[in-house]
Design a protein around this ligand. Structure first.
Ligand code: NOJ
Ligand code: CA
Length: 514
């Protein structure tokens, strides 16, 4: 299981209100105790700060707010001693507008640096109809009137991957970090990089409600040339033992997503069906089955994501309060039963809800670029509550205010509290991960998915045992046959007698077959 660390919000060691590498390092024993195999750290690079670190100024350095390269090496070493691997985030689709290349390109339109971006000569209209994913047109003007392309914020100019020096530089970056012992990379916007060579208009526009980009955005994403990049990156990683590449591939068609993890490309590609599925058996079953089919065809493990730093927290998405929490607990058992790689976003193991962030404290460019019509992603990026004390132990005592405000009532979610509570979300995750590590049927079985009314079942056959995960997504209690034993339940309210289980609404169980 890969645990996603939102570095800025994980643990602050020096009291400036910002999470950092030393803070994360001090919390590694927690991650080992929880049962994590690897951690993926959101971008740690010097950044312009326009998009939570995804606007990188220097790819071979550490933002001084987070520490330095020696801190990262110490983190990797400590992690390895605890059996944890460290995966970094790499951002090849765009740089920061403060990156030396873009600065050089602004200063001189004829420079070699300018060839590394997409510029167009001054004119009244932008070169095409492309839209920024954060709202508004994907083209902005330079002070001298030229247009430049940014599929995200204007502070994130898109790189021109048809220019060979761009590729060469990223390959050096990969080696730089691999030489320092990291175990690989999560690749941001891996379905991007190349654009239509003629920069032609898109046939349609993207709606955030879709599962991912499709034919309506055919000119901006998923160009065939990008697969050659992943082949080269794969060859580099193959030179370092036990490393991996996992791509963010936000495409609607899972067959297309799976192509990014063909045997000579990345090891895994992240898809987001589960993350976007409403609480209903058909949607969940379809999400699971289509991923098993698509990834099965290329021989890659499917990846499962229920939460990340871009989406509303699960508990809230599933209805909030007791219902949302019950469903998030059940969803955890479903995800951890599935074969493949599970991704757990920091704080989801505590059942954190989406926080209401006052407008004046917001940081996300989505909020600002949508003129406040989209709430933005700050509410899922709040600092972690560690202790049930004022300040919840994110920073040392007497520290500056945290970079995003922590809701006062979050003491109830603190790690210290949940470790002592046998019924907590944290305890559930820990037990589930321990079983997953012990039983091959969980996480690496041969799975079949079935539905009956509001009940979803995943049956996983492992080498030595068969486990069924049964989820009741309906409003009434259902009777589930259970000839074997109950391994784990998402609720204490499960009654097992005479070969069957009474499974309440919004709960899940893991049962053996004999
Ligand atoms: C995907 C990242 O997950 C998101 O946080 C970021 O804003 C965009 N890529 C742009 O880099
Ligand atoms: Ca700090």
């Amino acid at each position: 299981m890969v645990y996603q660390v939102y570095l800025r919000s994980f643990a602050d060691s020096n009291g400036d209100g910002i999470g950092d590498l030393a803070g994360l390092r001090s919390r590694l024993p927690y991650l080992a105790w929880l049962g994590v195999d690897a951690l993926w750290i959101n971008p740690h690079y010097p950044s312009g700060g326009a998009d939570g670190g995804y606007d990188v100024v220097d790819y071979r350095a550490v933002d001084p707010e987070y520490g330095d390269v020696a801190d990262l090496e110490a983190l990797v070493d400590d992690a390895r001693r605890l059996g944890l691997r460290v995966v970094l985030d790499v951002v090849p689709n765009h740089t920061s507008d403060r990156h030396p290349w873009f600065q050089a390109a602004l200063a001189d339109p004829d420079s070699s640096a300018a060839a590394r971006y997409h510029f167009a000569p001054p004119s009244d209209e932008p070169p095409n109809n492309w839209q920024s994913l954060f709202g508004g047109p994907a083209w902005s003007r330079t002070p001298d009137g030229r247009w430049y392309l940014h599929l995200f914020a204007p502070e994130q100019p898109d790189l021109n991957w048809r220019e060979p020096s761009v590729a060469a530089d990223f390959e050096e970056t990969l080696r730089f970090w691999l030489d320092r012992g990291v175990s690989g990379f999560r690749v941001d916007v891996a379905y991007g990089l190349f654009k239509d060579a003629g920069l032609r208009d898109n046939p349609g526009s993207y709606a955030p409600t879709l599962f991912g980009h499709g034919p309506e955005q055919a000119m901006t994403w998923n160009q065939p040339e990008v697969h050659e990049v992943w082949r080269r990156w794969r060859a580099i990683c193959d030179g370092y033992p036990d490393t991996m590449l996992v791509g963010e591939v936000c495409l609607a068609d899972l067959e297309q997503v799976a192509r990014y993890s063909r045997p000579d490309e990345m090891h895994q590609s992240l898809s987001f069906r589960l993350l976007k599925s409403p609480w209903a058996t058909e949607s969940f079953a379809e999400a699971v089955q289509s991923a098993l089919d698509a990834f099965g065809r290329v021989g890659a493990p499917a990846s499962w994501v229920l939460g990340n730093h871009d989406k509303e927290r699960q508990v809230t998405r599933f209805g909030g309060g007791t219902v949302g929490t019950a469903r998030a607990r059940a969803a955890a058992l479903l995800m951890l039963a599935l074969p493949g790689s599970a991704y757990l976003y920091a704080g989801d193991e505590l059942g954190l809800p989406q926080a209401a962030v006052p407008d004046e404290a917001k940081r996300d460019p989505i909020f600002f670029r949508s003129g406040g019509t989209r709430a933005g992603r700050d509410g899922c990026r709040i600092p972690m509550p560690w202790n049930a004390s004022a300040g919840v132990g994110f920073s040392p005592e007497g520290a500056a205010e945290p970079w995003l405000p922590i809701p006062a009532e979050w003491e109830q979610y603190a790690v210290s509290r949940q470790t002592r509570d046998g019924g907590s979300m944290l305890t559930l995750y820990r037990r589930a991960l321990a079983l997953r590590a012990a039983l091959p049927a969980l996480g690496s079985g041969d799975a079949t998915v079935g539905t009956r009314g509001d009940v979803l079942t995943v049956r996983s056959v492992g080498e030595t045992e068969t486990v069924r995960c049964v989820v009741n997504m309906g409003a009434g209690t259902v009777l589930v046959p259970c000839p074997g034993s109950v391994l784990l339940a998402s609720t204490a309210r499960v009654h097992h007698s005479a070969g069957s289980i009474a499974l309440p609404p919004d709960t899940a169980v893991w049962v053996t077959e004999d």
